[in-house]
Design a protein around this ligand. Structure first.
Ligand SMILES: Cc1cc2nc3c(=O)[nH]c(=O)nc-3n(C[C@H](O)[C@H](O)[C@H](O)COP(=O)(O)OP(=O)(O)OC[C@H]3O[C@@H](n4cnc5c(N)ncnc54)[C@H](O)[C@@H]3O)c2cc1C
Length: 316
């Protein structure tokens, strides 16, 4: 997770690996072992090598130890599910919630295709509609207050009543279903493979970016549920496809390419979580321009023989 600057459903409140890794031990290409960062809450000492390593996808060194920030377990935790008549209604609820500064711990979007998959896979009976999963953390009173305010926002955007999960087991079942989204989607088309991709945009452009992407998926006839860590402006499209079907692959690739260019045009990024790997190298250049040549210089300085994950992230 450190190597890919990953994050999970809690990132909207607690941040990604970027915010939560304080220090690292890294083995460099020449065999030196360095320690970066430290336990101090803040530091103004020199270049931030911790941040350089986070998200470097194994191209600059091998991470062997990680110092992580910890959080207290909240006094009260409550989860709720809310269905919407329209995808725009769900996304606009998220935008307003975040823009009002309500400290939700999780706010996840599942489109109606994904809800259908989850109902079948986990034996739920949720409406097959665009849906938000929420989780609130805080004191008993704080959680109640957050839930009430978000309830008012959802009503304004055409959301239905909240279905609550306050007991630990109910919450676990709910979030397990969310975490199994990929397998649930695969089960919609036995024998098919999943190709997951993601982008992240400024929250104010999220509704536009998701709805334009969704329209293209619908027109294409492809099976591709959308799941979003929408509180961060990040969403995933998972193409459920037959990789041997060249036409299907090409249509999926086209939609992915257009989605990434759309996100970049909106001031977003070609990947919020999954990283560059091999598949998004051209988009890295489209996103960062000349800065990629500086990344290449860093790579060459730390790994002159190109032995650390050669061929990934940057063409050297
Ligand atoms: C269906 C699906 C859902 C996903 N959901 C999420 C999500 O919710 N959030 C998210 O952030 N990502 C998500 N991802 C992307 C990916 O799984 C994550 O980025 C994850 O962090 C990869 O971790 P891994 O342990 O599987 O690493 P790997 O895939 O094994 O490695 C990832 C990269 O890091 C490098 N690496 C591994 N270990 C080290 C090390 N010790 N030191 C240096 N480099 C190293 C590898 O060489 C590789 O380039 C998803 C992917 C899929 C397919």
């Amino acid at each position: 997770m450190t190597a890919t600057r990953a994050s999970g459903t809690n990132a909207v409140r607690y941040g990604t690996m970027r915010e939560n890794v304080l220090g690292l031990t890294v083995v460099l290409a020449d065999g030196r072992i360095i320690r970066t960062g430290g336990r101090a809450r803040k530091s103004a000492a020199g270049y931030d090598l911790t941040r350089l390593m986070i998200g470097s996808e194994g191209t600059l060194g091998v991470i062997t130890e990680i110092q992580l920030r910890l959080y207290g377990i909240p006094e009260a935790v409550s989860a709720a599910v809310c269905s919407f008549e329209t995808l725009d209604g769900a996304v606009n609820t998220v935008i307003t919630t975040i823009q009002m500064g309500i400290p939700v711990a999780r706010i996840e979007l599942l489109d109606e295709v994904q809800m259908d998959a989850i109902n079948k896979y986990a034996e739920f009976d949720y409406p097959v509609l665009p849906t938000l999963f929420f989780e609130f953390h805080g004191s008993e009173r704080g959680v109640q207050e957050q839930a009430e305010t978000v309830g008012e926002i959802t009503a304004e955007y055409g959301g239905g009543a909240f279905r609550w999960a306050t007991l630990q087991e109910e919450r676990s079942k709910l979030w397990q279903a969310r975490h199994d989204a990929y397998y649930a989607a695969l089960a919609l088309r036995p024998g098919a493979k999943g190709w997951a991709t993601d982008v992240c945009v400024p929250i104010s452009r999220l509704a536009e970016c998701i709805s334009e992407t969704k329209q293209e998926i619908e027109v294409s006839g492809l099976l591709a549920p959308i799941v979003g860590h929408v509180g961060d402006g990040n969403f995933h499209v998972c193409f459920i496809l037959d990789p041997d079907d060249k036409a299907e692959m090409a249509r999926s690739q086209e939609i992915n390419d257009r989605m990434v260019l759309r996100a970049l045009a909106m001031g977003g990024t070609c990947t919020g979580e999954h990283g560059i790997g091999y598949g998004k190298m051209d988009f890295l250049t489209a996103e960062h321009g000349e800065a990629v040549s500086v990344m290449r210089q860093v790579k060459q300085a730390l790994d002159p023989d190109n032995i650390m994950n050669p061929g990934k992230v940057l063409r050297v």
